[in-house]
Design a protein around this ligand. Structure first.
Ligand code: GDP
Ligand code: MG
Length: 625
């Protein structure tokens, strides 16, 4: 395949707007996968169990298709991208290997927060954008335009005209360029293929130049080691070639090379313009540096502009429910993080929870997904602590990044040794129907939002439906890693969409809150809080603890403290009765059974100071919001 007949593109969209469904249809239409039940959602590219279950795409996948069009045979390389805000790093990474993008917008939902962010990323990268309006024609589709005009739509809530106008006003897209489709039924998807060939430029580069390959993704295979996805910028890459990395200067032998069709198909070579996989004798995935440029050993080239490494924004401790499982858990975490390069891992130990690992994630969904993968793929029984963001503590003589509340200086130390404490802030973008604006602004303020601003998404000529508003503000990241997103969804009846980007650090009045059971601190429960909110937060957590901690043989005071100051307190009353007291008559078997049950329960207890805490209590404390 010479460059002229190659097209590299990705599908970009807000979550649930239909990327994976459209990818399936494109693969079917080109005969890459077989067509079975029309409308069935195969989601071929969503390979992970967690992706199928949650219907979200976590890891970007690549697939090649072969398509005949007007007498020529084309090679179309599709790179599917995740839609969730936590994975925007993956989105921009996959875009770097493309010349064009299908911007998919759900006709029932309209432009959403991530539609905006992915559009801007694609435009910054200079990609040709093909606007596609999805969920429009489920039946009897003849022409996209007549369909839009007659409003023949597959979902009653679809508003193709209005959404097309939105795309015009927010993205400057010519309504003539919009392709209306139904990814579900496949209606008009042929027009998308045609547009990919006609509108997206072929990749630049030439096979006769020196080899230059851009490494944009890597995964780890238990048997073959590191598998990398590359986009060949120039030259040809053959099996058996000796290559070198611009980043590490290490040399490797290519042991296998091929395309994703949609599974790996060995081709023996990749030419300029193509996208495919390589296997070489790379032992650790840390050697596959995302954004690296590979070249023929001894024939150096100018490296491509690299990538900022992914930044961990949310940290949490992961501990085994049974402390004997630590080695197994650590092994599983290590193996799983090989397939997800954006996770950072460190050891951590806690007096309450024992030996564990402290992990850094891109966001809370990322954390959730990792937890589920750990449970699914490694059968792990784990406790995950409350998430923390990385704080910057500026001491008089040094700066420390603190991603574990245990390491945060106490109030006294803050007063004496610390100049200021800064927390990460983000620029948040929320799109919401006007009716909910007041409610959502209140929510933002209660989460310490500043610099609130808003503008209208729809043209001012108000339609019968309520206009949509784009709300922007600056918020502490710590405010959105807990339950902000859930609240936003429920307070807007599910209509609000949300995205955020890094906005640096900001000084704030923050302190460490600790919890004491029977006057002994429980390290795994420590939190960093804003001083204005310490009483409220203390109360919420003390109540939560009061609810889940079983009563003991003695009274247990539960306290939340900031420095020496107790900000909230509640007492757990003592358990009086003997467990066997009710079993009068002393039926021996019954009594034994009861004592056994009690022993079983004891085994699962963690002793915190003098208080016995069942692991489920920790689990409940950590997972309740
Ligand atoms: P993604 O998150 O962008 O990958 O979205 P999916 O492809 O997983 O689709 C999200 C949901 O929308 C799924 O339940 C699909 O079945 C549904 N969907 C996708 N395309 C269409 C369409 O054209 N019409 C209708 N009615 N539903 C669709
Ligand atoms: Mg998907």
């Amino acid at each position: 395949f010479p460059c002229g007949v190659i097209r590299n593109f990705s599908i970009i969209a807000h979550i649930d707007h239909g990327k994976s469904t459209l990818a399936d249809r494109l693969l079917e239409l080109t005969g890459t996968i077989s067509t079975t039940l029309n409308g069935a959602n195969k989601q071929v590219l969503d390979k992970l169990k967690v992706e199928r279950e949650r219907g979200i795409t976590v890891k970007a996948q690549t697939a090649s298709m072969v398509h005949d069009f007007e007498g020529l045979t084309y090679l179309l390389n599709l790179i599917d991208t995740p839609g969730h805000v936590d994975f925007s790093w993956e989105v921009s990474r996959s875009m770097a290997a493309c010349q064009g993008a299908l911007l998919l917008v759900d006709a029932t939902q309209g432009v959403q927060a991530q539609s905006l962010s992915v559009f801007h990323t694609a435009r910054e990268r200079g990609l040709k954008i093909i606007p596609v309006l999805n969920k429009v024609g489920d039946w009897g589709l003849h022409e996209a335009e007549s369909l839009i005009k007659s409003s023949k739509i597959d979902l009653p809530a679809a508003q193709p005209e209005r959404i097309t106008a939105q795309m015009q006003s927010t993205f400057g897209i010519d309504p003539e360029d919009v392709i209306a489709i139904s990814a579900k039924t496949g209606a008009n998807v042929g027009a998308v293929l045609k547009a990919i060939i006609e509108r997206i430029p072929p990749p630049p580069g030439s096979p006769s130049e020196k080899l230059k390959a851009y490494l944009f993704d890597s995964s780890y295979d238990r048997y073959r080691g590191v598998i990398s996805l590359v986009s060949i910028q120039d030259g040809v890459l053959h099996k058996g070639d000796k290559i070198a990395s611009c980043y590490t200067h290490k040399k490797y032998d290519i042991t296998d090379v091929g395309i994703m069709y949609p599974e790996e198909i060995s081709t023996g070579q990749l030419l300029a313009g193509q996208v495919g996989y390589i296997a070489c004798n790379m032992k650790q995935s840390s050697e596959a540096h995302i954004g690296d440029t590979l070249h023929r050993a001894g024939v150096p080239v100018e490296p491509m502009p690299g990538f900022q490494p992914a930044k961990a924004m949310v940290y949490a401790g992961i501990f085994p429910v049974d402390s004997n499982d630590f080695i197994k858990l650590e092994e599983s975490i290590k193996r799983l993080s090989l397939t997800d390069r954006s996770i950072t891992v460190q050891r951590e130990s806690s007096t309450a929870l024992g030996q564990g690992c402290r992990l850094g994630f891109l966001g809370t969904l990322h954390m959730d997904v990792f937890r589920q993968r750990l449970e699914d793929e490694y059968d792990a029984n784990i406790i995950i602590t409350a998430p923390t963001v990385p704080y910057k503590v500026i001491y008089k003589d040094r700066i420390a990044m603190v991603s574990n509340p245990t390491d945060f200086p106490d109030v006294g130390d803050v007063r004496e040794k610390v100049k200021e404490v800064q927390e990460p802030v983000v620029k948040a973008t929320i799109i919401v129907p006007e009716d909910y604006l007041g409610e959502i602004m209140d929510l933002c303020f209660s989460h310490r939002a500043e610099e609130l601003d808003h503008s209208y998404l729809d043209a001012t000529s108000a339609t019968e439906a309520s206009a949509r508003v784009i709300l922007t503000c600056v918020m502490p990241l710590s405010e959105i890693v807990t339950d902000f997103f859930d609240k936003l969804k429920s307070r807007s009846s599910g209509y609000a969409s949300f995205d955020y980007e890094d906005a640096g650090y900001k000084q704030n009045n923050l302190a460490k809150m600790i919890f004491l059971l029977n006057n002994k601190p429980v390290d795994a429960l420590a939190l960093i809080v804003h001083r204005d909110a310490e009483q409220d937060i203390g109360k919420v957590w003390v109540n939560k603890l009061h609810k889940v901690i079983p009563r003991q043989l003695f009274e247990v005071p539960i306290q939340a403290a900031v420095g020496k100051k107790v900000v909230a307190r509640k007492t757990l009353s003592a358990l009086r009765a003997d467990v066997t007291a009710g079993l009068y008559g002393g039926h021996y078997e019954r009594k034994m059974k009861h004592l056994e049950n009690q022993k079983e329960a004891k085994r699962k207890m963690k002793r915190v100071g003098t208080v016995d805490l069942p692991q489920e209590a920790f689990f409940e404390i950590m997972s309740s919001k």
